[in-house]
Design a protein around this ligand. Structure first.
Ligand code: GMT
Length: 374
């Protein structure tokens, strides 16, 4: 198949899933055309089946807000026409699904029928999408897609709850490349961070309020009064300054390192003893899956699609959102040397169920179904 993939090319779950999907499809022999405003981060190598088309936005003094959606729709029309694509797969509804709808209508006037698949990732539904300023467009463009997928059963449920969506939604979970995400030997790194044999907690996110990074610090602060621990915070975003100030206030700075945005996050996960994800809402939790693939148990909140990944008491624990004391209690159980190895092993076994080799065929057969029905 010749497939156009539209996504946010920066750090962030939906962009990572879209890029990894394109790479995996290309390896299977499909021709993949990424249509994005900059080269997707993980697309930094040559493959004969991978193509990149940049969406260029020309600015004009009149535009207070450059019309990205129009430039994107125009680029989609151009790539579909000239590369003779079979299908467009857009990741994250806003504004990709509505831009795809516009491209589809333009192509129709030229006698070209292009099926559109939209994948819902999370905040496009649970946070931004249901905002009144976007809701009518999101509802319309989901209903006008030829196929819709969601990354968890919970996200599917939320979509039907918040939008008047009449379209069937197929659940296809996030996936992981176990050849890349695996525990590597990085003892020197562990020794540098934890010189006295401390156990290491890791959190990775885009530091948005929904991630509740302050809960990470509060759990860590209580935990370090009970056992020797260190914390690595990976990522960056709007909450970062607030979190740095909280560390100062709690006098935990000497035990916490902010690593910023990292591409090779698997190297950090390789030395982690516990991954912590206390999010307010999380449609799947790709970062937790990445940790589990590196044999790291997960302490998470019980929210969104996380229960579809993290098995309570087996691959880690789940606590109610914001229940710091429960999280501390559960961290103590996981980090207890008598239990730790079992949690590690269970996390890896669970991650294997989401191996790309198991999930890729679900996308391929979904595409086939859409193409036969159009
Ligand atoms: O986590 C984020 O805020 C980024 C966001 C995105 O779309 O880039 O991630 C969402 O999509 C990921 C991939 O499908 C999911 O694993 C994340 O759980 C989801 N984030 C939220 O629902 C908050």
């Amino acid at each position: 198949m010749k497939i156009g993939i539209v996504c946010y090319p920066t750090f962030g779950g939906s962009g990572v899933v879209a890029t990894e999907l394109g790479i995996a499809l290309a390896k299977e022999g499909h021709q993949i055309h990424f249509i994005t405003y900059t080269q997707p981060l993980r697309l930094d190598f040559f493959n004969e089946n991978l193509f990149y088309h940049e969406v260029a936005i020309s600015s004009y003094p009149l535009f207070q807000y450059p019309p990205y959606e129009l430039a994107l729709a125009s680029k989609m029309v151009d790539v579909v026409l000239h590369e003779k694509l079979d299908l467009l797969h857009v990741h994250y509804a806003i504004p990709h699904a509505s831009a795809a709808y516009m491209a589809k209508q333009i192509l129709k006037t030229k006698g070209i029928i292009i099926p559109v698949v939209t994948t819902l990732h999370g905040t496009d539904i649970t946070l931004v999408g249901k905002d009144a300023s976007y809701e009518p467009v999101v509802t319309f463009s989901i209903n006008e897609s030829d196929g819709v997928t969601a990354v968890s059963a919970d996200l599917k449920k939320d979509t039907y709850k918040h939008f008047e969506v009449t379209k069937d939604i197929e659940v296809i979970p996030n996936f992981i490349d176990l050849n890349r995400f695996k525990k590597q030997k990085k003892e020197h790194f562990k020794l540098a961070i934890c010189p006295h044999g401390e156990q290491l907690l890791v959190h990775t996110s885009n530091f948005r309020a929904v991630k509740r990074v302050d809960d990470v610090v509060r759990v860590f602060d209580k935990l370090r009064k009970l056992i020797p621990v260190k914390l690595l915070l990976v990522g960056d975003g709007p909450e970062r300054i607030k979190i740095e100030n909280l560390c100062r206030e709690l006098k935990t700075c000497s035990d916490i390192r902010f690593l910023g945005k990292l591409d090779a996050v698997e190297e950090v996960l390789s030395v982690a003893d516990l991954f912590i994800m206390p999010s307010e809402k999380e449609s799947f939790g790709l970062a937790a899956l990445e940790a589990m693939a590196c044999e790291v148990p997960v302490l998470s909140s019980e929210t969104g699609g996380i229960p579809e990944l993290n098995i309570n008491g087996k691959t880690g624990f789940m606590s109610k959102v914001g229940d710091i004391d429960d999280m501390v209690e559960k961290a103590m159980i996981i980090l207890n040397p008598e239990n730790h190895q079992t949690f590690r092993q269970n996390a890896l076994e669970r991650a294997k169920e989401f191996d790309v080799v198991n999930i890729l065929p679900l996308y391929e057969s979904f595409y086939q179904r859409i193409l036969t029905n159009v």
